[in-house]
Design a protein around this ligand. Structure first.
Ligand SMILES: NC(=O)c1ccc[n+]([C@@H]2O[C@H](COP(=O)([O-])OP(=O)(O)OC[C@H]3O[C@@H](n4cnc5c(N)ncnc54)[C@H](O)[C@@H]3O)[C@@H](O)[C@H]2O)c1
Length: 251
């Protein structure tokens, strides 16, 4: 993999202690960025910071809590003098809970984290980006945010669909601030969790039948799309919903 594509960039990755978040953080560091690792899981986040070295700092960040975002921005300002990239990656996932069976409080919690989190992140980062002459937001959505509606959890899908429009709104309303905003829409990613979820051969076959490529994404394939959107290589790309889904959304 080429290094240096994010040289000098100061990034905040939310949900950094999780499967995809940790891989994004590791690749960002390898490509020259400094990374603020935001997560509610302090033990795993601090361990990741130790593993990735002194170009990373862990911050306890509940993306649904506005004061936590202010603290994260203060840390970025104090440690690095600003921020260039925000990756809104933290989210809750869910197996399908039919609408009539979904607890309204659980619905609200999903919205608060998956959609409210990126909103609060943008709200905190925009003034910092503007002060620094610009910035980039990459929202980690899902194929659930655009389609495959018959097999998705309603709450999860609606939170990710809202994130698609939030992405477009930010792109349209803040381009003149030097801010770009795009979303990435992975299908299922080959992680230990996905392997456990689809351990049953029939369930796996059913899920794969909805993916023209006939396989799940490798974590690195999703990270590569995020690096592209975070880097200057995509300088004229904004408001895009980029599927990383083996063709799932054109099926
Ligand atoms: N894994 C997949 O197959 C898949 C497919 C499509 C999209 N995605 C998306 O990719 C992103 C990452 O998913 P993952 O598979 O790495 O999940 P994961 O569960 O491994 O990681 C999620 C991380 O978010 C953190 N988190 C949860 N609530 C938080 C909060 N309120 N504030 C801050 N951090 C919080 C968790 O502690 C965890 O570290 C999510 O946005 C998810 O919707 C994943």
């Amino acid at each position: 993999m080429p290094n240096g594509r994010l040289e000098g960039k100061r990034a905040l990755v939310t949900g950094a202690a999780g499967g995809l978040g940790a891989a994004i953080a590791a690749r960002f560091v390898a490509d020259g960025a400094r990374v603020l690792l935001g997560d509610v899981d302090r033990a795993r986040g601090e361990q990741l910071a130790r593993d990735l070295g002194d170009r990373t700092v862990f911050v306890t960040l509940d993306v649904a809590a506005p004061p936590a975002w202010n603290k994260a921005m203060e840390i970025a300002a104090t440690a690095w003098g600003g921020l260039d990239v925000l990756v809104n990656n933290a989210a809750l996932a869910s197996p399908i809970v039919p609408i009539e069976q979904r607890d309204p409080a659980d619905w609200d919690r999903m919205m608060a984290i998956n959609l409210g989190g990126p909103f609060l992140g943008a709200r905190a980062a925009l003034p910092v980006f503007r002060a620094g002459g610009g910035g980039v937001i990459v929202n980690v959505s899902s194929v659930a945010g655009l389609g495959q509606s018959g097999i998705m959890d309603p709450a999860y899908a609606c939170s990710k669909a809202g994130l698609t429009m939030l992405t477009r709104i930010i792109a349209a309303q803040h381009a003149r601030d030097g801010v770009r905003c795009n979303s990435v829409h992975p299908g299922p990613i080959d992680t230990p969790l996905a392997r456990a979820t689809y351990a049953d051969t029939e369930t796996l076959a059913q899920r794969l039948s909805r993916i023209p490529a006939g396989r799940f994404a490798q974590v690195e394939e999703v990270v590569a799309a995020i690096v592209y959107l975070a880097s200057e290589e995509s300088a004229y790309v904004t408001g895009v919903a980029l599927g990383v889904d083996g063709g799932a959304l054109v099926q």
